[in-house]
Design a protein around this ligand. Structure first.
Ligand SMILES: *Cc1c(COP(=O)(O)O)cnc(C)c1O
Length: 426
């Protein structure tokens, strides 16, 4: 539950600036590089759901690894200030906090879609009678492609094997009752729930615990894609009991374009050597990894799914970002997100424009910091005009602007300015 501060918002620049003054996280904005407009003013950057901004610390952390590589060459694996051999372990504790897991349940490796496939290799084991996969209708395209290709890999026609959890006619959000109905209608035929949480398009944060329990009651494996959840909402993966989850680190986790992804495997699977998987040497028992003639012996927990020795420069960026998250404290970040997103919602409502419709849930517990704003009859020219006025947001055809004030670096003033600019264009 969110303990929401009672706050009376006001529609003025002065109020926004007062909120910024009182913000316990205000100093963090200065710890990020905010992209500048041509006129030298900072952009109103509301696109942290697509690519998070760069923490200033990142350059120092990456430079450290470049220096160690220059000075030490291969010896850096053991002699670097942060030795490369166990480098991924330096990330586990902080990353575990971000997703509400135990450190042994998380590992940073590969990229999101790769991890999704690796997880499905292990956790999607269709039988002739139980083989269907449920995803939400507006799943991110990569997830849909990945799931369809897994079905085809097992010689299952996606038309038969893929079930879409859809919003009802005339609605934008998925209802839990409809997922229950899907389970009812496909009794003993569903093998996997693969749900993208928080939904990238609507910003809806599904009730993970209810979904997981529904799945498990019906012998369905439950996995989540937290690309839009990690660093945004608290998914509490361990407690929720999901079997696996995957996410990327370049959105709310501010770790740079294409940076490595995260992966969660619940501890109930940690020692199960029977679980099928695609493997590589980095997932092998650390004591005998370099004795390369042994049978594969997986490291217990999520680390056992690692394939390759990982890119240290990307991990350095993740370590820097997680340091900032640790300093700020995730609970504080979430608290500010609720206030900041609530302020954005309040100002949009104040516009009283019939053509503006927020499709993201109104309940703060059912969303993160993204609001998806439908502007009826608008086309991309509105978005282009916003960009010209210094707003960086995200446009989804046919008529939705997605804006995400990221609590670590966005201010109440950013939110105020965005709505003023939108108003001037509508
Ligand atoms: C951003 C995003 C991706 C991107 O996948 P990559 O493998 O990192 O390129 C996939 N799925 C979802 C839900 C996303 O939001």
């Amino acid at each position: 539950m969110l303990t929401q501060e009672k706050i009376t918002y006001k529609n003025s620049l002065e109020f926004a600036q007062q909120m910024d003054q009182k913000d316990p996280l205000k100093k963090f904005r200065d710890e990020f590089h905010i992209p500048l407009q041509k006129n030298g003013e900072p952009h109103v950057y509301l696109c942290g759901n697509s690519l998070g901004l760069q923490p200033k610390l990142t350059q120092t952390y990456i430079q450290q690894e470049l220096d160690d590589w220059a000075k030490l060459g291969v010896e850096g694996h053991t002699e670097a200030k942060k030795p490369w051999m166990p480098y991924h372990e330096f990330l586990s504790e902080s990353m575990a906090k971000i997703v509400g897991a135990k450190p042994s349940e998380v590992v940073v490796m590969n990229t999101l879609t790769t991890n999704l496939h690796l997880m499905m290799v292990s956790f999607y084991q269709p039988t002739p009678t139980r083989y269907k996969i449920v995803i939400e209708a507006d799943a991110f395209p990569s997830d849909k492609y990945a799931v369809e290709s897994q079905l085809k890999f097992h010689n299952i026609d996606p038309k038969d094997g893929l079930i879409l959890w859809k919003p009802r006619e005339g609605e934008n959000l998925c209802r839990f009752e409809d997922l229950e109905q899907i389970v009812e209608d496909n009794r003993d035929k569903i093998a996997l729930f693969m749900i993208g949480n928080t939904n990238y398009y609507s910003g809806q944060f599904y009730e993970m615990k209810k979904i997981t329990e529904l799945g498990h009651r019906n012998d369905i494996v439950v996995g989540f894609d937290l690309a839009h959840g990690a660093g945004n909402i608290q998914p509490n993966l361990h407690e929720v009991g999901a079997d696996f989850a995957v996410w990327c680190t370049y959105k709310y986790l501010n770790s740079g374009p294409g940076s490595l992804g995260g992966c969660f495997v619940h501890e109930r699977h940690a020692h199960n050597k029977e679980l099928k998987r695609f493997v590589g040497w980095w997932g092998h028992n650390k004591d005998t990894r370099f004795n390369m003639r042994k049978e594969f012996d997986p490291i217990p927990g999520a680390e056992g799914w690692q394939l390759s020795n990982p890119p240290i420069l990307s991990m350095a960026a993740i370590r820097s970002s997680l340091t900032v998250f640790d300093q700020a404290g995730f609970e504080n970040i979430r608290k500010k997100a609720v206030l900041l997103t609530g302020y954005l919602e309040f100002l949009l409502d104040e516009l009283q424009l019939e053509k503006i419709n927020i499709i993201t849930p109104r309940n703060p517990e059912e969303r993160g910091c993204q609001l998806s704003i439908q502007v009826k009859n608008a086309d991309k020219s509105l978005f282009t005009a916003l960009t010209e006025k210094g707003v960086i947001a995200d446009w989804r055809e046919p008529d939705v602007i997605r804006v995400a004030p990221a609590p670590l670096y966005n201010s109440f003033e950013d939110v105020y300015k965005f709505v003023e600019i939108l108003k001037s264009l509508c």
